[in-house]
Design a protein around this ligand. Structure first.
Ligand code: BYC
Ligand code: FE
Ligand code: FE
Length: 472
């Protein structure tokens, strides 16, 4: 079962007896988890046209084939080593990077790797029912591509746990398959990964905003002084780009169709009478997933983040674009909210590292929203999408427990309770979305009524290619 052919890799798996033994125990459990908790109803009789990473060079990416999902070849890849790589930030700046885990940082590193690893299977669990409501075969295939790659990201973290953390690592690897998204007793670690994703508007917003947190966190981990962690996460980033493509173009295609329907129907709300998705509904889902993903960056002031930075474990996105990498006597001007008023105070920069990464993330999201708004503009619509204020709907950090509207205006609990469904998806939104997604669209080249076809197909194939086919 454990062979280099079944498990494409560039970590010398065939010579690594210790890793082989660890994987021999883990891999069957993974497959069982995938069958139980992965895409429901598409495990045995469907052939999916997916891309499999077979090496880290660009050609290794061009490998497309039809497979049944449990037969996907989940591989283990590290980006190419960098000659004489040095620690790029923190107290050990300039020293050679580590090829092994230093004892004193073992717990911190394990915690980072487990937290990262936990999100990957969580997202597969969250998305497991979506296939039954797919808007087209093209979208169904993209969903499964994202799912198998999140599965591979789990493998990436399990590789690190098995290789560098001994017994504890093997235990953690098993627990990654035992926690479950949304489970009351054994939930996933981070909150956004326990929220349901039961319709495709949520899915596209999730891949736009929550996978983008994947991008910002992986960028900061790819700066790590632990070289195997840096190289693993660097390769994961290449896959992340496709996930965000799925989210961004998914929403763009919904906007495109909504604009077409609005031109025919008149007002935004009226597009519902013809089965479309109105812009305020799109905005509410944007608000939901953007705010949940802001939470994923942790507290504004965090001694964990300061320790990660000091020890070189987790840096800033694009650390080499900063002038100064030790950041000992620098300060961040942070907005606090005290007695109903905003007050700016200086915080030691190292303690503000979560906020520094969040700043990068907000900028990256804002650029995406500008691209979406071009579609509205091109259709002559006056409506625009926008990111809510960062204080809006926060569950982690200093704004959690307080209430703000999307403009950042403070609200009483009573005002919030009365108005929150103006800004967040309500049960009736979900009911409507499920009603227009009640039947999957399996006919090649056909698309559900609420979404436009993509500009082009996958791997230069036509849009009406049979991206998922049923075995006879
Ligand atoms: N939910 O100092 P604080 C991805 C806890 S996404 C629940 O604020 P820290 C993907 C925290 O654990 C990227 N709890 O936090 C996307 C701590 O607990 P304790 C995933 C939370 O440690 C789509 C306490 O609050 N990668 O790859 O500075 C599909 C206070 O801690 C949350 C990573 O996250 C939350 N949102 O920052 C598939 C990278 N936030 O100690 C995949 C690794 C905080 O009091 N993780 N808490 O029990 C990290 O770097 C950090 O753990 C975090 C949190 C940035 C997440
Ligand atoms: Fe991932
Ligand atoms: Fe992802």
């Amino acid at each position: 079962m454990i062979s280099a052919e079944r498990i494409p890799n560039n970590v010398n798996l065939s010579d690594n007896k210790r890793l082989q033994r660890a994987l021999e125990h883990w891999q069957p459990k993974y497959i069982q988890w995938w069958k139980d908790m992965g895409p429901q109803g598409f495990q045995d009789h469907h052939q999916v046209y997916v891309r499999t990473a077979t090496s880290v060079d660009p050609e290794g990416w061009a490998h497309f084939e039809y497979v049944t999902l449990p037969e996907y070849r989940w591989g283990i890849f590290l980006a190419e080593p960098e000659h004489d790589r040095r620690i790029g930030f923190g107290d050990f700046f300039g020293q050679p990077v580590w090829q092994e885990v230093p004892g004193e940082f073992r717990n911190q590193l394990r915690r980072l790797i487990v937290t990262q690893g936990d999100t990957e299977p969580a997202s597969v669990e969250q998305q497991r029912m979506l296939g039954q409501r797919c808007p087209s075969l093209y979208d169904l295939r993209n969903l499964f591509q994202v799912n198998v790659e999140e599965g591979r990201h789990l493998w990436a973290m399990v590789y690190l746990l098995h290789s560098y953390f001994g017994r504890d690592g093997r235990d953690e690897a098993e627990e990654l398959l035992e926690r479950q998204s949304g489970n009351r007793d054994k939930p996933r670690i981070l909150e956004a990964f326990n929220e349901p994703i039961d319709n495709w508007l949520d899915f596209f917003m999730f891949t736009m905003f929550t996978d983008r947190d994947g991008k910002s966190q992986l960028m900061s981990l790819s700066e790590s002084s632990l070289d195997p962690l840096a190289r693993t996460t660097k390769f994961m980033l290449t896959e992340e780009a496709h996930h965000m493509f799925v989210g961004e173009t998914g929403i763009a295609r919904i906007l495109e169709l909504t604009c077409q329907l609005m031109t025919q129907a008149g007002f935004s709300e009226d597009v519902r009478t013809v089965g479309g998705i109105d812009i305020p509904m799109i905005q509410r889902h944007l608000n939901q997933w953007f705010s949940l993903s802001l939470d994923l960056h942790g507290s504004e002031v965090s001694s964990n983040a300061a320790a990660y930075f000091a020890n070189g474990l987790k840096g800033r996105a694009k650390e080499d674009t900063y002038d100064e990498h030790i950041v000992k006597n620098a300060y961040y001007n942070m907005e606090f909210f005290e007695a109903g008023k905003a007050v700016t105070k200086e915080v030691l920069m190292r303690n503000a590292m979560n906020e520094v990464l969040r700043d990068w993330y907000v900028g990256d999201c804002a650029a995406g929203v500008v691209r979406w708004n071009r579609i509205l503009e091109q259709h002559g619509m006056s409506d625009r999408l926008r990111l809510p204020d960062r204080k809006f709907h926060r569950g982690i950090g200093m704004y959690s427990g307080l209430h703000f509207d999307p403009n950042g205006v403070p609200l009483s609990t009573e005002q919030w309770e009365r108005r929150k469904y103006e800004w967040l998806p309500s049960a009736s939104d979900t009911e409507y979305l499920l009603s227009i997604m009640d039947k999957p669209v399996f006919e090649p080249g056909k698309f559900a009524n609420y979404i436009a076809p993509p500009r082009r197909g996958i791997n230069q194939l036509p849009i009406d290619f049979e991206y998922v086919r049923t075995e006879a």
